[in-house]
Design a protein around this ligand. Structure first.
Ligand SMILES: N[C@@H](CCC(=O)N[C@@H](CS)C(=O)NCC(=O)O)C(=O)O
Length: 197
């Protein structure tokens, strides 16, 4: 597999996922600030929007961190990062797996741009609603599905880390403890060491 990556971007999600799985992959650096690098035909074939992360696995090409995490978790079931179809946790897993890119991301954009809130019309509700639901989901812990760590934590963990780093959330003991648990995982430690130039 080939992972198109740039440090300190959403590509960290795919990197962490691959490190959790412990499977072989090649990391290809794309400087997202360099238009020439982003125009590279091989990269654009894998990532039509010219964004990282993008993953190439044989003829399969994925260009979204959520899709990549979902794909990898299902491709390598032995790692146990996705409750399988038929498992009682499968529905809850899918719900939280999509929460980062479908709800947290647009809610953060709302916050950054001070966009007017229309909770009923916006699919993500509002920034405050996003946070309240996230906090409730994380309350039991240690992971979003309870005792079971999953690909949903890879996405949520990196999103919560971002919320803390960019001070988008006031001191929140449960959310910060969740981030710390994510950062303490050996695969995340390896990821942080790799996520530099
Ligand atoms: N929905 C995508 C968003 C990816 C994304 O926006 N990546 C940014 C870096 S964090 C990027 O590549 N930006 C470069 C550009 O758009 O030119 C995902 O989560 O994978």
């Amino acid at each position: 597999m080939k992972l198109y990556w740039c440090p300190k971007t959403r590509a960290v999600r795919a990197l962490w996922m691959l490190e959790e799985l412990g499977v072989p992959y090649e990391r290809v650096f794309i400087d997202i600030r360099d238009a020439t690098a982003k125009a590279d035909p091989a990269f654009r074939a894998a990532s039509p929007m010219g964004k990282v992360p993008a993953l190439e696995d044989g003829s399969t090409r994925l260009w979204d961190s959520g899709a990549i995490c979902a794909y990898l978790a299902d491709q390598y079931p032995r790692a146990g990062l996705a409750p399988p179809v038929g498992d009682p946790d499968r529905g809850r897993y899918l719900q939280w797996l999509l929460y980062t890119n479908a709800v947290i991301e647009p809610a953060m954009a709302e916050k950054f741009t001070n966009a007017p809130v229309s909770a009923a019309a916006h699919g993500w509700g509002s920034y405050d609603q996003m946070l309240e639901v996230l906090r409730t989901g994380l309350a039991a812990g240690p992971w979003i599905l309870g005792a079971r760590f999953s690909a949903a934590d890879v996405l949520l963990g990196t999103a919560c880390h971002f919320l803390r780093q960019f001070k988008l959330v006031d001191a929140d003991a449960a959310l910060f403890a969740y981030v710390d648990r994510c950062l303490a995982r050996p695969a995340m430690q390896r990821t942080m060491a790799l996520d530099v130039l």
